[in-house]
Ligand binder design. Sequence first.
Ligand SMILES: Nc1ncnc2c1ncn2[C@@H]1O[C@H](COP(=O)(O)OP(=O)(O)OP(=O)(O)O)[C@@H](O)[C@H]1O
Length: 581
Amino acid sequence: MASSSTFRSSHRNERNVPQGSSSSTSRSVIGQPHPSVRSRVPASRRSVTPNSRVHSDDGEDSGRVRVTVRLRPRNAEDLLSDADFADCVELQPELKRLKLRKNNWSSESYRFDEVFTETASQRRVYEVVAKPVVESVLNGYNGTVMAYGQTGTGKTYTVGRLGKEDASERGIMVRALEDIITNTSPASDCVEVSYLQLYMESIQDLLTPEKINIPIIEDPKTGEVSLPGAAVIKIRDLDHVLQLIQIGEANRHAANTKLNTESSRSHAILMVSVRRSFNEKVEYEVSSQEKDTRNGISGGNVIPTVRKSKLLIVDLAGSERIDKSGSEGHSLEEAKFINLSLTSLGKCINALAENSPHIPTRDSKLTRLLRDSFGGSARTSLIITIGPSARHHAETTSTIMFGQRAMKIVNMVKLKEEFDYESLCRKLESQVDNLTAEIERQQRLRDNDKDEVEKKLREYQNSSAEAEKRLVTRSEFLEKENACLEGEMKDILNELNHQKDQNNLMRDEVAHLEMSLKHSKQHQLENSTYQKVLADTTQMYEKKIAELIKQLEDERARSESAEEEVEVMQKLLNDHQKSVQ
Ligand SMILES: Nc1ncnc2c1ncn2[C@@H]1O[C@H](COP(=O)(O)OP(=O)(O)OP(=O)(O)O)[C@@H](O)[C@H]1O
């Protein structure tokens, strides 16, 4: 419920989400988002527009209060008493319309966001009525799911049913927490619940029933409402949820029994706080100097951010008491209080629907608790429950009119995201601790190193003195050795010179011998040539001699033959002469 303080600027990093149509009447702008922050929220959800609470028939993402209607199936009483009468309502779920019979001839038609027939399942009701709000809460927005209707029309059935035996019977509270548990991580997120009832303007803790008259505290800066006196239980798992809701229901039932009534005379409020941490990269448009500082402290521009959102699931007391409580014989005081909250809720809804400049939020504790749910920054879904009986025509009409007015309210849904200074601080503290420990460790290491170095230096000095001593002895020894070697060297040089002379002599001799050898070789060469010539000549002469001998022998042979011829001739001559004589 928006009061003037609701619209004050917040110091938090809140992102406003336009939820009304552009033609909406504007109010002051709720806390501007940090201009330098670029969130991961889609752009359509980030722009800053004036808050609006005028009816708008815009899309699904609208901040308009969603209103659905659910018809309870006929019960035994209805069947008995209304046997001859037609139902006072006719549902047209496909048109999302409800026809309210005025009399036998005419009826009025009303449109809702959804119309649930008596056969609608708990699951479908949850998915249409509460799931979008739960998703929104998981994304960091506040949300409210509220059931409003006449006693016995199924508010508690719709909202608070445990469904322990049959999970399909589970109501919105259990299903919402189941969804939240499934979609959060115990490592980075925290889900806590408080369960309260508001009876006669007193808030009682349903989880620790001894706590009564719990005060409502409003943050003067943010306008946020909290109940610091209420028990806040961190949720572990679904069994834990079932256990807590059961405890709460038992305490509520006990209170009702004490009042001698079966029906809920109190408003039950389950408050679920979701705190989600993100360590994702966030881009900042900051100066380089600022960037350096940020990098210095957080190790990069990963800034822990936290989104805190609250889901209110409200099961209101029977609405017929607005008109009937007094007439039904309750004490005037009790009736006054029971009426007060629902009456003031109705007044606020009217004022918001009519765009009135004053919203009487402060008139009751219920409206103070719900200030964020109607005309505030929460995503709100209202389910109105009605019965089929014509006997309750007036109450049904009143309920439908309440729902119709609520449909005109447009909330300015806004994301509540802050830098997680707590976790940043813890992170920095642990960094400082680590650094201090590291410095101390380094210091210890340095001290150890210093001792070590000094020890090594002493050892080095000792060893170097010894080495020096050894060096002196060694150098004396070497000097002596050197002198000896020099003497030896002189002798060797002399010997060398002598050898050199000898060598020279020998070289000369060798040269001489070489020369001789050369000459001898030459001589030998010449000799061999001569001998060859001689041999050739000899051979030639021998050949010639052989020829001459042959000639001689030929000549001798010729001579001998000539002699023989001569002799023959002589003889012939002699013969001849003799003959002649
Ligand atoms: N949709 C439904 N289907 C079946 N039974 C239902 C349905 N709605 C309500 N009932 C039954 O009707 C009876 C009254 O319902 P419930 O107690 O939820 O009403 P209520 O509006 O919370 O009443 P009160 O304001 O007195 O607390 C219960 O027995 C419940 O089981």
